[in-house]
Design a protein around this ligand. Sequence first.
Ligand SMILES: [Fe+2]
Ligand SMILES: [Fe+2]
Length: 191
Amino acid sequence: MLSLFSDTPSKWVEMVEKDIPTLLVDHAHCERKAAGTALNLMFAYPERVEMVPTLVEIVEDELEHYRAVLSILETRKILFKRIKPSSYGGRLKANVRSDEPDRLVDRLLISGLIEARSCERFKLLAQHLSDRKIAAFMGELFESEARHHTVYIQLAKGLVSEESIKDRLLALSKVEAEIIADPDGLIRIHS
Ligand SMILES: [Fe+2]
Ligand SMILES: [Fe+2]
């Protein structure tokens, strides 16, 4: 359902559990960047008015998530600061083709895959974190990220044939799985 080519290795949960404050700071950045991704698509493709309602909804959801994570940070007296991002997003985005509409197709599919990985990991955290408060919070986000995954893939399907979307999504999900299999060892949502 999520189009992912691989499952997150169980050692990822063990690793991030060692530093929940850093994971939460990264999580806040992820939500902030997810809002930015949807907003950037509206800026880059103003003529694609048919995408606006979906993208606006994603921006609103992600800003709400961002505010919710910031509020957890505040409650726990964790300082929100800039941290080095994992290489995941940059490595994925390096696969965006340059000609249109392929460029837009890739941006949408990659956004969909990032949402899918977030969703898969929020579910893992909800199931396994010993900090049950954070686990419950992650469980609340799961559905929304799954919906974002679906709508990004849906938007891409409006651009080219379903067959080429299927092939491209498979190719990109394999690339995503390779990146996940070669983590850079940071405590991050996508590491
Ligand atoms: Fe989100
Ligand atoms: Fe999302």
